[in-house]
Design a protein around this ligand. Sequence first.
Ligand SMILES: [Zn+2]
Length: 655
Amino acid sequence: MLKQFIALLLLSVSLFAQSVPGDYFERNGEVYFRFRVFSKNELSDLTKIISIDKYDGKWITAYANKDEFRKFEKKGYTFEVLPPPGDVPVEMGNPRDTEAWDVYPTYETYVQMLNDLATDYPNLCRVVDAGTTTQGRKILFLVISDNVNTREPEPRFMHSSSMHGDETAAYVNMIRFADYLLVNYNTDPLVTRLVNELEIWINPLANPDGTYRSGNATVTGARRGNANNIDINRNFPDPVMGQHPDGYAWQPETQIMMNTGTQYYFNMSANYHGGAEVVNYPWDSRQARHADDNWWVNISRRYADTVHFYSNNNGYLNDLNNGITNGWDWYYVYGGRQDWFTYFRYGRELTIELSSTKLIAGSYIPTIWNYNRAAWLNLTAELLTGIQGVVKDPNGIPVKVKVTVSGHDATNSEVYSDSLTGHYARMIFPGTYTLQFSADGYQTVTVNNITAIAAQKTPLDVTIYPNGWVPVELTSFTSEVVPGGVKLSWRTATETNNLGFDIEISEDGTNFTRVASVEGAGTSVYPKSYEKFIPLASAGKYYFRLKQNDLDGSFTYSNVIESGYGVVKNFTLAQNYPNPFNSSTVLNFSLPATSGVTLSVYTMMGEEIERRELGQMEAGEHKYRFDASNLTSGNYIFRLNAGSFTASRKFTYLK
Ligand SMILES: [Zn+2]
């Protein structure tokens, strides 16, 4: 091994000349080099040509494949070729068999280790084979959660390492992180909460062809790019530069990560690199700050502070602003995974540079572990905070909705609920916010004055109603003449966002004015009764209606009822009896005047599935037996129409 190292050194020394011949690329795939720039403005062009790795204000270190490098050469910079960071000898073995986790596995051992963890902890851990690379290696994820084989309404955190194949600081450590979560489940309280309340995805090796560039037996010889010498972290669709910012087709590794990130909504993710020591937060591709910049700064700062504590402030992870930076402030990147997840997938991805040395020695792996373990746990625990809940329709079916923080969100900083579980998590800097939940075909729900508290979860479950659904279900509205005026009574079955009722009066049945208001219940799933005395100065015939106002400013009118001189004219539809029922049930209703009556049956989604014309019926009390034998079991709605009157009731049919 030592001989090989010396040979590699000699090879590198011979390359300090200012040209890179074609056969260099045949042997190495890519070149690692550095050059001087005099203004940061130069980076905006350069970042589109080569893969900038680091910028310290003067020097750029970068990678390029042959085509990229030939373009770069035309710019006329004087450059220095550097030895490939992956060409260092390392200790190989089975890290899980060693106490210290201080060796690298062969590719086959890596795959075996992941499968072993799933075998050893079948209720807590499973392996997801997300796809195959150019050279036939696997992109694997460990999924860790209680009830790991069930898609639960829980937020998802994804840890991923080494998409630059020669940046291995977190590769073995991510396997160790999975092992740590499994071993300490039900003993360590934080680990237990993380496993119980989250779904944790761990992808230790995002670019196996790059890491095992010289063969499955060793990581010595690792390269940044994949088997096609393409930097995957410049290969993603870009919010600013479009679908193919690097000019290359999406690589298998890119496509696999995009498929996985589309199939599973990752609420947060971390992307581990090496070559510097800094936490980098969005955006990389635009100067404007993310809407949640204060939140990003806060979680990045806490990551760095935690690491500084565990490294005894020995200078580790203190690049740029003492270990944190906004991506654009450092250097521009187009096609990076961080902005793809954050912009296109409405996620929250950090790029964490864990080590100045790219391919770290086996003996240094445990040091990285000791410095970062607590920060990895705490970062994952961010998903135990923020405003979280489940979004369902009134029938209890989860709905995928967009969650917007009013007056706050911008440039795709909104989040979505999971399409299968309805779960959403809106991590946000502590404060008081207004949230809107919206989806095509549904009425937007607005929730005011929701307070997010540091290090705590604010629970907020939401029911979202399909368009056409009456959110406040009025089941009766009646009047009774009393001395000096009229007493109005009404009932609701359920209320959502109900600010209250305005009572409106009219002498002609057309022109109404408000005479009183009654506060609503807000949101209630229980029946509510209301009544209000309305003084009337002069005798006569009056018309009344209710204007029901929602918290978001929208409103709905009730039916109109008449009242005057001892004449009580009511339209009511009582709850059917029995309910729930098996084959038939009885509806009781009263009519204020002879009317043509129609009874319709709707699904909970508002689709009319049956209509019965009951014919002309006289004023007074009526009973109607409803036979439901042609329906399937479930919840439905009756709607009774009589002239200008409409009323509805929910019912449950059990076959
Ligand atoms: Zn990197």
